[in-house]
Design a protein around this ligand. Structure first.
Ligand SMILES: [Zn+2]
Length: 396
């Protein structure tokens, strides 16, 4: 860190003194319920960030949405850079928690860990992005325009944010997605994500015919029996070697114990590694799902949500190496891992933009009451990101 001077030094030094302010912004964000379907709450959390961005002197733009929270773009321009494609700092502000959760479990710090709904996934990442773009606005030195993009519905596969994310990534130079990083004693104190599986969430509805199972059994056609025949076939599509998994995670159906079931439903989660495998796997699931063997039954498969895979490319590997070397200069040990979990980074990678994911503050146990973020990682992760951005030299 000794050889760092100029704006780089100023940005890093300023961030060193921001832990208290970062924690205070984090507390404010965590204490606003922002479950994905709570538009008012997601927008209220957005207002806090918009205020912060405006105070940092950034241009703020809202991309409105009628059903889900609005998307927010804060822009730091660079009129003279040869490469005008922005470097994008991305994050989502919706959580998986119901309204009222923040009153039951407000933000608190215990033994250096910050707890509360969405604290690691990913309000701490949003705080990091906000402070990084604010630092760059204050001291400059960034090699091109920088955009902080705050989305609203990642936890349900981004139905409203996906087009906004894809449009941003199509014109971007690189995307850093601030999902939490994790500590792994076997790898490093700071493990980021360089690859993710794609995922397709599907619902399969099976229809039969109701009948009194005591008086008129023979008049009925059991949708439950038909669905039950399909499930082992669906699970058999799993090919662990290719990284393809099919899981029937939910089943429901029937009317009463003494009625032949007129309807049954299951929900299916497909995961895959290679983009090229996606269509074939969905077709195989549809074939099994909609081909009925019990006469008189019918079935319909619908796709309810989807994430694309974050596939490694030479460009994304170079971005990871640049980040790792910047972090290394600050004394942070970084490693990369692959995960079956999905995120918005798959959408940006799929349109060809070099993407690095899970560079947010170190956290664990997302989606549970045990979720926490390491408070001590807020500043170092912000510094690593800032330095990585500063070092993406103007290509021109
Ligand atoms: Zn997340």
């Amino acid at each position: 860190m000794d050889g760092i001077a100029g704006p780089e030094r100023e940005v890093l030094d300023w961030l060193t003194g921001q832990e208290e302010a970062m924690v205070s912004l984090l507390a404010e964000l965590v204490n606003i319920d922002s479950g994905t379907y709570d538009k008012a709450g997601v927008d209220a959390a957005g207002e806090v960030l918009k205020r912060f961005f405006r105070e940092a002197g950034l241009a703020v733009e809202t991309v409105p949405h009628a059903t889900f929270g609005d998307a927010i773009r804060a822009t730091l321009p660079h009129p003279t850079a040869n490469d005008q494609r922005p470097i994008v700092l991305m994050g989502h502000r919706d959580t998986v928690f119901p309204k009222g959760e923040t009153a039951r479990r407000p933000f608190r710090i215990e033994n250096g860990r910050g707890y509360g709904p969405g604290t690691a996934d990913m309000k701490a990442g949003l705080v990091m992005n906000a402070f990084v773009i604010a630092a760059l606005a204050r001291f400059g030195g960034h090699p091109g325009p920088v955009v902080a993009l705050v989305t609203s519905d990642e936890e349900i596969a981004s139905p409203s944010s996906r087009p906004v994310i894809e449009a941003e990534a199509r014109g971007a130079r690189a995307v850093f997605n601030a999902e939490p990083s994790r500590a792994d004693p076997k790898l490093a104190r700071h493990v980021v994500t360089s690859g993710r599986k794609g995922g397709v969430f599907m619902a399969l509805d099976v229809y039969g015919k109701a009948a009194h199972s005591g008086a008129h059994y023979e008049r009925g056609i059991s949708a439950i029996e038909e669905l039950a025949r399909k499930i082992p076939q669906l699970h058999k599509l799993t090919d662990l070697e290719r990284g393809i998994t099919v899981n029937v995670g939910l089943i429901s159906g029937g009317q009463t114990v003494n009625t032949v079931a007129p309807h049954a439903r299951c929900e299916i989660d497909l995961r895959y590694v290679k983009a090229a495998d996606r269509d074939e796997a969905v077709a195989a699931i549809r074939q099994i799902g909609e081909t009925c063997s019990l006469p008189g039954t019918t079935a319909k498969l619908t796709i309810s949500g989807e994430f694309l895979p974050l596939e490694r490319t030479p460009e994304s590997t170079a971005l990871y190496e640049a980040y790792r070397s910047a972090a290394g200069e600050l004394g942070m040990e970084v490693a990369a891992s692959f995960t079956g979990g999905c995120a918005d980074s798959g959408f940006t990678a799929a349109v060809g933009c070099p993407t690095l994911c899970s560079i947010g503050p170190v956290g664990a146990h997302g989606h549970t009451p045990e979720e926490y973020v390491e408070i001590g990682s807020l500043v170092p992760c912000a510094q690593a990101l800032a330095l990585a951005v500063l070092r993406l030299r103007d290509a021109g």
